[in-house]
Write a protein that binds this ligand. Sequence first.
Ligand code: ADP
Length: 614
Amino acid sequence: MYIGLAIIACSLVYILIITYSYFSKQRVESTETKIYGYMIFLSIISLFFEFLSIILVSNYHILNLVSELVNKGFLISILIWSSLFTHYIYSVSFLENAKKTEIQQKKYQKLVKPFVYLIVILVILIIVFPLEFYSSGEVVYSYGLAIDLLNLTIICMVIAWLIFSLMNYKSLKIKKYLPVFVFIICIIITLIVRNINPELLLINGTISLVTVMMYHTIENPDLKLIHQLNDAKDAAEKANNAKTDFLSNMSHEIRTPLNAIVGFSNGLLEENLSNQATEDVKNIVSASDSLLELVNGILDISKIEANKLEIINMEYSFKKLFDELVVLIKARMADKAIDFRYFYDESIPEYLYGDASRIKQIMINLLTNSVKYTKEGYIDFKINSVVNNDMIRLIMSVEDSGIGIKKENIDKLFTKFERLGVEKETTAEGTGLGLAITKRLVELMNGKIIVQSIIGKGSKFTVSIDQKIVCDDKINKIKNSIETVSKSKTDFSDKKIFIVDDNALNIKVAERLLKIYNVNIESAMSGQECIDKITSGSKYDLILLDDMMPKMTGVETLKKLELIEGFNMPVVVLTANAITGMREKYINDGFDDYLSKPIEKPELDRVIKIYLNK
Ligand code: ADP
């Protein structure tokens, strides 16, 4: 009897400690934690009943009925504890582990009710069924249908736990199932011990042990910590957004003066300059192009971080893309003693469907790197292909005889801002952003990029990307529209363009670039001024409208223009807000077309020819 009481006392102490630490802490509300809360209470109740029954059973002759009631209370508490444990195992196996789906939820709801009814029936049966005592010497035994029923129920539940565990064997988190196996082993030990020494009732010790164990295996994270983590995450996200906004604004701001530099330089190139001056202007244009690439790179990195980098697929001319790349890289090689060899598979169809500007960006990155990191020797630029129905895999490689990359550095290659100490060996300029962006772009297009390199010998970057082949019907359409633009006249002295921009320099740049078209130009420096002009009856063949203007943005101006009766002039947005996806956004906003700053001459030419020829 004393051993029994000692076990109860120990169990009670540690259950009370667990109860305190469990309920004093904020918890995550889940089916698991809810059930566990009830289980702790039941452990205490059953300890209390067991304590009473040990005291009373020794005097059962006098207090037969009270002993019977206390013993039945004890049996019922064990029954309910076990049924909660069954519920817990079910929830761990089928609700918490897997993502809760609606079907699982419905199945669960369907099962709970009958299970509760069954337990209620069992409780009633335990109350009704007889429980008897008999003494043999000092020891008092309890027996009867009530005990047999409880034993049978627990055996059934143990089988159910094993089935649940086995059904879930793949995602079986051993930690969570540990109490099940411990319980089963302890129950077997309890039965053996009971046969040897009937006085020793270990069942409550087992329950307490399992309850304590569950305290450690249950996923019960500290809510305070979670709140702190969430706050930190929010703060980091806010800071990151602020950075992205800052970078977009900065890129917008840099583009505006860059627009003037590129615009005026391009304008100058059309004048009759001396050879030296032409050379100087070309250098200015090339430096501005590099600067623009850098600004775009910064913007791309901030978009990668904000997960906003997009791929915009359109029909494009593969040959044109290839030629542009070759011209650009030849220009970048300047007077380096490098043999630039290029090749493309003639069987690649002329028109493909994909994001040509992103493919161009990828290849410019790889080719520019080759130029940067190769002093002499060769650069091989090859595009091969594999056709599969209406898809074509472009296998594009850039191989150089440059400084090469150390084996241990190859993995770091695609990490942003990582420059592999080259600045010490070479004079190559760079930011370490190029390859990080390249890799992300290739991934976004479901492609692959492979690097092979031997330090001191050279490197080979191979990119493979799948593109759609454009069907014949569409090709004719594209060809026609290209032909109309290229055949059209360039003298528009009978036409009038209206430029709206809050920045006087930007207006001058546009005027300078439009000079070759002989077109009449008027300008305004605000949205309101533009609206006033139109309402007063001025007619234009094309309006070039800036978006980011103080007081009234271009989009707002357009909305107001559309309200003016009979207004049907083409309006093209001319903006430094040039991040990817902007074209689509502005077209959705109602603009007829989109031009980015710095103004690209071929784009301007396209827009002018389309709208002034109408
Ligand atoms: P950046 O060229 O602006 O430094 P990248 O991300 O394009 O940044 O390249 C990261 C690094 O990878 C470079 O600093 C350089 O060390 C290495 N690298 C890239 N391409 C080559 C190449 N073709 N040959 C040798 N090293 C290269």
